[in-house]
Design a protein around this ligand. Sequence first.
Ligand code: BJW
Length: 229
Amino acid sequence: MTSLRNIVVLTGAGVSAESGVPTFRASDGLWEGHRVEDVATPEAYFRNPTLVHEFYDARRAKLLSVEPNPAHGALARLDSEWPGDFLLVTQNVDDLHERAGSKRLIHMHGELKKGWCLACDERFAWDGAMGENAACVSCGKAGEARPDIVWFGEMPYEMERIDDALRRCDLFVSIGTSGAVYPAAGFVQTARYCGARTLEINLEPSQGSLFFDERRYGPAGELVPIWVE
Ligand code: BJW
């Protein structure tokens, strides 16, 4: 990797699978019989906020029993040791990358451990169960806080910064994502169009696998440390 300067890494649910966090599109990706599309939309939230809060409260509680795996550790090491620009863009809403030590990190789909008050537009740390009637820390209003998660139809976070990094990177690496959800699924094409080499690391070929110059298939917990070394 000596001729490379700028790296962008995109991660998805597959990077946390070996930590015990279920992926979305595997057969175990259902939550109590609900498809993610039925609980991860603004419409679902306004139709049935109790159900959506229960979904996110259960996933937030689950974070307490999972730990970063060797893939998270290797990416954190790369971040701390890489002298050029490095950006880790994760679609995951868990906190395993930061717990492993990653610093140059964007959570493009939000974070389980943050809430968003619709009354005062404040984002805030949220550790426990959110519940439908929880009061917002900043303005004190009850029942106005939603999970700070990017749902279908909403604009992912920090798109300008991500787009800029994709256009300037020499290497784009996609790890543990099915390539089924846009705009993340299109990042490989932007990076490639702008001249970057592209590498996919996944359990199986993703929907965009043909856009990658190089593909490595197997568990992220094994392949990512090998790639980083
Ligand atoms: C392993 C492994 C191991 C397992 N090791 N690998 C173009 C065409 C059609 C539709 C659209 C389009 N553009 C936009 C849309 C609409 C929509 C969309 O993409 N729909 C698709 C379903 C078609 N996109 C949106 O609405 C987005 N917003 C948007 O586009 O705004 C407008 C805009 C316009 C222009 C520019 C920018 C924006 C918002 C998307 C929000 C996604 N939200 C979710 C849920 C919320 C978060 C949460 O609750 O957790 O985010 S959906 C869900 O999917 C979650 C994930 O982050 C996301 C991606 O899933 P991921 O990570 O890829 O997981 P899986 O399960 O799909 O795949 C896991 C992979 O890992 C598999 O391949 C396994 O093989 C592998 N794996 N074990 C290595 N051990």
